[in-house]
Design a protein around this ligand. Structure first.
Ligand SMILES: *Cc1c(COP(=O)(O)O)cnc(C)c1O
Length: 376
């Protein structure tokens, strides 16, 4: 393949730069993809199996089942636990909408709780009051790469006989009290959407679990409910992870710890450089080591700060501008403005700064200087 020219405008700071990542690993990736093309085992090929073993080990867990997206990983996990019509599943208002969509797609009803003001993950003090006789599961979200407070969540789940499925779609490699995201709940869902910490060249996802029965159920669910060829024991789906994507992900997985440690260093640099600039830097709980999928600040002047940063070539994002309970798609749940005050306040204030492993330190400095200059 021809060399790809590095496109950088003077002072331009991209939000993510997947090209920079590819340039660093192009030879390995090209070889891995060529091997799949030669072997032609495109569906549930060898590379899928290999990635499943590697990713389960990476998560310090037992089994992993590759699927076609993070949303599918969540939905099929619920289905594997036989959760569906008539059931309620508790998740957070402060997340990407897929956390709730997966519940709806499984046929169950999402019940939302607010986030805590410190680290923006599930407010555990609100959890018990959301439980009803119909509740079957809890989906805590490791938002922005930071694990939710899993110990009290697991304790409440145990007391109420509920399943806990981690939404770890933003948290590949994060830890909670030293334990990897993905090893904490009864199952965990990961996304390989291109911009995630571990990203495919297209869609992909994975369920991780310690439970061999659940892993078996997922293997059938993703593959037409097939137990052996042309014997179908359930009305399953076509939700497999492509062999080609698995081959790419295996290559990238070898780099993930180093990419995550680079993100951690950049986050530290942001924290230092943003001191006394008037913006609120991310809160990190003592139990958490974030995977820093996103670096999210808060400011009362978001629109003008975002415009100023853009004028200086700095791209930013908002995660998320509309909380799940205020989305038109979920008007049927009957929530209203005011139901989740922390989530609603933060939806007006959060601003995600550029964050990816290859982001140069002087770009972080430029972003921080631009923010300081705007606020002074
Ligand atoms: C990305 C994401 C998902 C969905 O993953 P897809 O692979 O895009 O389906 C679910 N939950 C959260 C928190 C996410 O960030």
């Amino acid at each position: 393949m021809a060399a790809i020219p590095a496109k950088t405008l003077l002072n331009e700071v991209r939000f993510v730069d997947l090209g920079a990542q590819y340039r660093a690993i192009a030879t390995e990736v090209d070889q891995a993809m060529a091997a799949v093309l030669r072997d032609t085992d495109f569906i549930l090929g060898r590379a899928v199996n290999q990635l499943e073993e590697e990713f389960a080990a990476f998560c310090e867990s037992s089994y992993a089942v590759g699927v076609d997206s993070g949303t599918s990983a969540l939905e099929l996990s619920l289905r594997a636990f036989d959760i569906g019509a008539g059931d309620e599943v508790i998740t957070v208002a402060n997340s990407f909408i897929a956390s709730a969509l997966a519940v709806s797609h499984a046929g169950a009803r999402p019940v939302l709780v607010d986030c805590n003001p410190e680290d923006y993950t599930m407010d555990v003090s609100r959890l018990e009051q959301a439980i009803t006789p119909r509740t079957r599961a809890i989906i805590p979200v490791h938002l922005y790469g930071q694990p939710a407070d899993m110990d009290p969540i697991l304790e409440i789940a145990k007391k109420n006989n509920l399943v806990v499925i981690e939404d770890a779609c933003q948290a590949h490699g994060a830890t909670y009290n030293g334990k990897r995201a993905g090893s904490l709940g009864h199952a965990a869902a990961f996304s390989f959407y291109p911009g995630k910490n571990l990203g495919a060249y297209g869609d992909g996802g994975m369920v991780v679990t310690q439970d061999p029965q659940i892993a078996k159920a997922l293997q059938k669910l993703r593959n037409y409910g097939q137990e052996q060829k042309y014997k179908h024991v359930s009305k399953g789906y076509n939700r497999r992870l492509d062999t080609l994507q698995a081959a790419v992900l295996s290559v990238k997985l070898r780099h993930l710890d180093s990419w995550n440690s680079s993100r951690r260093q950049l986050a530290r640099l942001y924290n230092e450089s943003l001191k006394a600039t008037g913006v609120i830097t991310p809160g990190v709980a003592s139990h958490a080591e974030s995977a820093w999928h996103l670096y999210v600040i808060r400011t009362k002047n978001r629109a003008s700060l975002q415009a100023h940063l853009a004028s200086q070539g700095v791209m930013t994002g908002i995660h998320y501008p509309i909380p799940i309970h205020l989305q038109p798609a979920y008007s049927d749940l009957g929530y209203k403005k005011g139901d989740f005050p922390v989530t609603e306040a933060y939806a007006e204030e959060v601003l995600s700064l550029p964050m990816y492993a290859e982001l140069p330190a002087d770009a972080v400095q430029h972003v921080a200087d631009t923010i300081r200059e705007f606020n002074s």
